[in-house]
Structures are given as C-alpha cells and as structure tokens.
Design a protein around this ligand. Structure first.
Ligand SMILES: [Zn+2]
Length: 317
C-alpha cells in the first residue's frame, strides 16, 4: 500500500504500465501560456496530460476558526509582513481539470449554490471555456467538505456531471456515511455531514471507491493524506518525466501551512494527524521538487514547496 511515506514509486515501472513510451518521448513539461482550449489558467503539460485550474470563487473564514490556538500577536507577526488580514482569510478555490486521451477529469467540484455566495462559480467558468458538464468523464474527490463536494448536484439535485464516473476515497465514504458521524460532529459542522450524505446518496450509482495506493484513472495515483478529514486523499498525476500532485486541503494556506506547518489548523478534523501529514508531505514535495496544486493556495494554486530554514515557502509556478 502506498501512503505519503512511500508514494514515490518506481516511475519507470509506473510509466511502463500506464503511459507507455509516448509519454516518455513527449517529456516536455512546462507552462504554455495562452492555450485557449482549457482557459481559466495557463495550461500545464505533463507528458500527454494537459492540466488547467478553474476557479470556483473564494471562501471567507474568520481567523480564530483557522488558528484557534494562536494569540493575536503570533498571528500578526506571521501575516503582517505579507500584507494579509489578520481577521479574515479569503482563500481561493482551485478546481483542477486534466485532459488526457479520451478522459476529461475533474479533481473536486466546488461548492455549488448553497455554501457561500462568494463561491460556486465552477460551472460558469467551465462553460465560458466551452466545457459542458456532460464532457467530463471522471470526477475524483480529495474529500467531502462542502467547498469540494457540494457542487456535484445541479439545480434539480441530480448529478451535474451526468456522464461521469465519480471516485470517492474509501475512508471518506466510510466516515461521512457512518450513522454515528452526525451525532459526534460539533453542532456548527453538522450541516457538513448532512450535506455530504445527501450528495453521496445522489451520486451513489456512479461512485467507485478509491483505496490509497491505487491507480484511479491512467497515470493518476491515489496517496493517503488523512488528517484534514479521515479519508483525505491526494493524487499524483504522472506524465512524461515529471509529475504533479493535487493535494486538496492537506496543505491549505500559502503562508500558514508552509511557514508554520506545526500549528494546529482549526479546519483539520484531526489536528495532530493533519500536522503530521502536512510535515511529511512538505518534506517529500520539497525534496522531490514535485509541483503541487493546492485547492486553497493563491489561484491557480500550483507551485513548489521550498525549504526555508526549518520551515518552507510556497513558490508559485
Ligand atoms: Zn477546502
């Protein structure tokens, strides 16, 4: 089984299995600005995979929700140099789209109309780029929080991406569908449980479970990054000589998560496991120089983790 300690599998063997020699020969990786086909962000190419990031809008969260254990002084000291508000965080929401062969794959689907008025813009942005929901062949979820899952239904509560196969981390399905989860959840997050259950039920006929370490669609490897939620999953997109990792909310803020990976995050379900996962992931991403794509990092959310003393910094790119 692969987890964040062992995801770096033998790339040659992996490519032999999934992408073949064409991808290796194609190897060119980089930013092609102005590529119109997938709009919204410049298209990244990884071998034969084209990756674009679409905005679902932004969220608004009070700082004392994100950093419940930190003093005003500590927060000021960290954020003021970056000219960021110390009261409210307004993270972007970045939905990754991958086109490879005949597959058009979305990683998460945004908030839809019923979470925050500043979010829920994915569908409009896809349509602006000429992409119809019926074109999407696969939707792969990192986890089942509202800003990642609730956009899965249309105005009639039917699956929006009606032709798609939905891929749900096994641990996420098990957790959110468990009869005890609602009862055990603090009151202010009970709506997350009700919301996840109703969406999962609505797409159940189109769902496949994703155990960690499996190849979800060709060239996409699931990596266990539990902590933010019990079954949180990240995905390595392999292509050509490089790879990129869709990290969901395992690393969720370009300043806080990188400069203070050991700080408790109020948005993590299990704060200790969240810290452990974040540290291991940052260490691996920095050592491997693997591009990451973060759901809440500044749009379009891709870049690199670089070591900076005993912490890290996010370098967009
Ligand atoms: Zn999120």
């Amino acid at each position: 089984m692969s987890d964040i300690n062992s995801y770096r599998l033998d790339r040659r063997n992996f490519l032999k299995g999934v992408a073949g020699t064409t991808a290796v020969a194609a190897a060119g990786t980089g930013l092609l600005s102005g590529t119109p086909s997938l709009a919204s962000s410049p298209t990244l190419t990884l071998g034969d995979a084209e990756i674009s990031v679409f905005s679902d809008g932004t969220l608004s969260m009070p700082m004392n929700f994100i950093l419940p254990d930190r003093s005003e002084e500590e927060i000021k000291e960290l954020l003021s140099p970056h000219v960021l508000s110390t009261e409210t965080l307004t993270p972007d929401c970045n939905v990754t789209l991958m086109r490879r062969g005949d597959r058009l794959v979305l990683f998460d689907v945004g908030s839809g109309a019923n979470f925050m008025s500043s979010a829920g813009q994915l569908l409009a942005n896809l349509e602006d780029a000429g992409i119809d929901p019926g074109d999407v062949t696969d939707v792969i979820f990192t986890h089942a929080h509202p800003d990642h899952l609730w956009g899965v239904l249309d105005d009639f509560d039917d699956p929006l991406f009606y032709e798609a196969q939905y891929w749900v981390p096994q641990g996420e399905w098990d957790f959110w569908m468990d009869a005890n989860t609602l009862e055990n959840m603090p009151d202010e997050r009970k709506s997350f449980v009700v919301g996840a259950q109703s969406r999962f039920e609505a797409i159940a006929d189109q769902v496949e479970m994703v155990p960690p370490g499996t190849e979800v669609v060709p060239g996409v490897e699931a990596v266990d990054t539990a902590g933010h939620t019990p079954g949180h999953m990240s995905y390595v997109i392999h292509g050509g000589s490089e790879s990129a990792m869709v990290i969901g909310d395992a690393i969720s803020n370009a300043i806080i998560s990188f400069e203070k990976p050991g700080w408790n995050s109020g948005s993590d379900h299990d704060t200790a496991q969240g810290i452990q996962t974040r540290k291991v992931l940052l260490d691996r991403l920095a050592a491997d120089k693997t591009r990451l794509i973060g759901y809440h990092l500044p749009h379009p959310g891709h870049g690199y983790a670089e070591r900076n003393g005993d912490a890290y910094k996010f370098v967009a790119g």
